[in-house]
Design a protein around this ligand. Structure first.
Ligand SMILES: Cc1cc2nc3c(=O)[nH]c(=O)nc-3n(C[C@H](O)[C@H](O)[C@H](O)COP(=O)(O)O)c2cc1C
Length: 170
């Protein structure tokens, strides 16, 4: 297994060390390298490093509070102008967000996927906070920082979830 896959965990406590701009750039390069349906690349990103905006994003919902301790929060957006078919862009954005998380680990940073889409209330809240036009759908919030939390590898492998040829269960 790749080291970054093994080491990635959702980390929700960050220290005060600033996140270097070059690291953010590398992370976004990795995000944009993701596969997408017909290479539509239906993503855009907002780098939020303004403290007030970070605090506002942390109020998106009850499981977003930890964003407030982060140095930077990347807002992953879907661009409706590049949506090909309903449902496809959601998969594209998932691949893109996972790339982003893995590159964050590669850069020695901590992060945690905070869901926005498909909950309408959250989508509209983030839109209003960031002044986003209707063509952008806020998909996820990714706080970044240096970890202030000890997390360990958890082995999630489960043999019972693997099937070969015809499904024999009920
Ligand atoms: C689509 C999606 C939405 C998530 N939303 C949140 C969230 O809103 N807040 C949060 O703290 N964690 C969120 N998580 C992180 C999960 O809780 C976490 O990945 C899961 O508990 C497994 O832990 P691990 O990431 O450390 O392996 C989300 C993860 C995914 C994939």
């Amino acid at each position: 297994m790749l080291e970054v896959i093994r080491n990635r965990r959702s980390i929700r406590k960050y220290n005060n060390k600033k996140v270097e701009e070059e690291k953010v750039k590398e992370i976004l390069k990795a995000a944009m390298q993701a596969p997408s349906s017909k290479n539509s690349s239906p993503w855009e990103f907002i780098i939020v490093d303004d403290k007030n905006l970070i605090e506002n994003l942390s109020k998106t919902h009850h499981r977003a509070k930890h964003i407030n301790g982060s140095q930077v929060c990347i807002v992953v957006l879907g661009n409706k102008e590049r949506f090909i078919k309903a449902g496809k862009w959601i998969q594209d954005l998932g691949a893109c967000t996972q790339n982003l998380l893995l590159e964050a680990v590669n850069q020695g940073l901590a992060s945690c996927w905070v869901g926005v889409f498909p909950k309408n209330k959250r989508v509209e809240y983030v839109r209003s906070i960031l002044n986003l036009p209707n063509k952008f759908v806020p998909y996820a919030l990714i706080p970044l920082g240096y970890s202030d939390e000890k997390v360990e590898f958890i082995d999630k492998f489960d043999e019972s979830k693997i099937h070969r040829n015809l499904y024999k269960g009920v």
